[in-house]
Ligand binder design. Structure first.
Ligand code: NAD
Ligand code: WQD
Length: 344
């Protein structure tokens, strides 16, 4: 019998790729998503990629009763991967209560339901944003948590604490907190990727939209940082590599291989790339010249951060493998496919 996994936010960017990797590894997947930042046709595309149609329930994780009905309907859910959250940093500054409500209450509902339905473990989508500007690079999981720069970032910190407190209180569940660095790219089939939602805040969607002519110019936010070329440095992690980390983390939980009931892993490549290096890698990978200009710094940006992924490499047996050029090419193919589908 296939083990059954519930994926909240499973039609979203990271969720959809993870569902495919779970299916490829033999798991039976149930998706819960309220479609606040995704579309139902993602389910068709997941099926087109994996050959298996996942169960899908349009449910809001804030709705405890509706969420409970999903646990009741799909017997024997073993593990949960909890992606469902609001994620736009700037919007969280404008609408903090929306972010606190959605991101905290959704998790609380999931954690309350897990023991009642015998669900063994949860994987939580955390972020390198919890480290702020680290004192040492590459940053390890032991680095101190810095005061959050935004309500969004704060929800990640508080949610990590909620999970720790719940497990410490004796709840019979275990957890893995995955701290993602900067996920980019799309599925190589160009059937799954990040759906656009207004003017992109993140670098790679802005690059691909500029390259295709939706935006006239890319602004590079600052070239006067204390880095070799003056632009900020990030650890850009391929979306499929990232998705695979969830599969091995779930196997670790269900195989009872955890060293502690709550474990934390950095999910990054271990390589820092500057914004300018990424732009040039995109031009090289795609042959498309980008129109960009250097402008002032963006408020709240971290100067440089990249992961020490050793612990994840050793313990999970997982490693980011995809070359950056392939990742950027996949982002470009996705942008071209969006145009084909008439999506801007
Ligand atoms: P996404 O917006 O593409 O996916 C999130 C999905 O959750 C969407 O499909 C949305 O409709 C759904 N959702 C939101 N609130 C919900 C609710 N109350 N009930 C049910 N469904 C709900 O975002 P993503 O980039 O795939 O991110 C997934 C997770 O990873 C989020 O928790 C995000 O904070 C975290 N994360 C993302 C990044 C990143 O750069 N993309 C980095 C670090 C962490
Ligand atoms: C990367 C670099 C920008 C756009 C954010 C969240 C973080 C995490 C991932 C979820 C920065 C520069 C960007 C542009 C630019 N999300 N940039 N021009 O800021 O590292 O992280 O997404 O947890 O919490 O804060 O990612 O893609 O926005 O920016 O020059 O038009 O690209 O200044 O240096 P960031 P990003």
């Amino acid at each position: 019998m296939k083990e059954r996994i519930l994926v909240t936010g499973g039609t979203g960017y990271i969720g959809s790729h993870t569902v495919v990797e779970l299916q490829n590894s033999g798991y039976d997947v149930v998706i819960v998503d309220n479609l606040s930042n995704s579309n139902a046709d993602v389910v068709d595309n997941i099926e087109a990629v994996s050959g298996i149609r996942p169960a899908f329930e349009k449910v809001d994780c804030l709705d405890y009763k509706a969420l409970e009905a999903v646990f009741a309907k799909y017997d024997g859910i073993k593990g949960i991967i909890h992606f469902a959250a609001s994620k736009a940093v700037g919007e969280s500054v404008q609408k903090p209560l929306l972010y606190y409500r959605n991101n905290l209450v959704s998790l609380i509902n999931v954690l309350e339901l897990m023991p009642a339905y015998g669900v063994e473990g949860i994987i939580f989508s955390s972020s390198c944003t919890v480290y702020g500007q680290p004192d040492h690079l590459p940053v390890t999981e032991q680095a101190p948590i810095k005061k959050a720069e935004s309500p969004y970032g704060n929800t990640k910190q508080v949610n990590e604490e909620i999970i720790r407190d719940t497990v410490a209180s004796g709840s019979p569940i275990s957890a893995i907190l995955l701290r993602y660095f900067n996920p980019i790219g799309a599925h190589p089939s160009a059937l799954l990727g990040e759906l656009p939602n207004g003017v992109p805040q993140n670098l790679v969607p802005y690059i691909t939209q500029t390259a295709i002519g939706i935006r006239p110019q890319l602004s590079v936010f600052g070239d006067d940082y204390n880095t070799p070329d003056g632009s900020c440095i990030r650890d850009f992690i391929n979306i499929v590599d990232l998705a695979r980390a969830h599969v091995v983390a779930m196997a670790r939980i269900l195989g009872k291989k955890q060293k502690e009931k709550v474990e934390v892993f950095n999910i990054g490549t271990g390589r820092g790339l500057s914004v300018l290096e990424l732009i040039h890698a995109f031009e090289k990978a795609t042959g498309v010249k980008l129109n960009y200009k250097i402008v002032g710094r963006r408020a709240g940006d971290i100067e440089q951060v990249w992961a020490d992924p050793q612990y994840a490499n050793n313990e999970l047996g997982w490693k980011a493998e995809t070359p950056i050029e392939d990742t950027l090419e996949s982002a470009w193919k996705w942008q071209l496919k969006l145009r084909e589908r008439g999506i801007q």
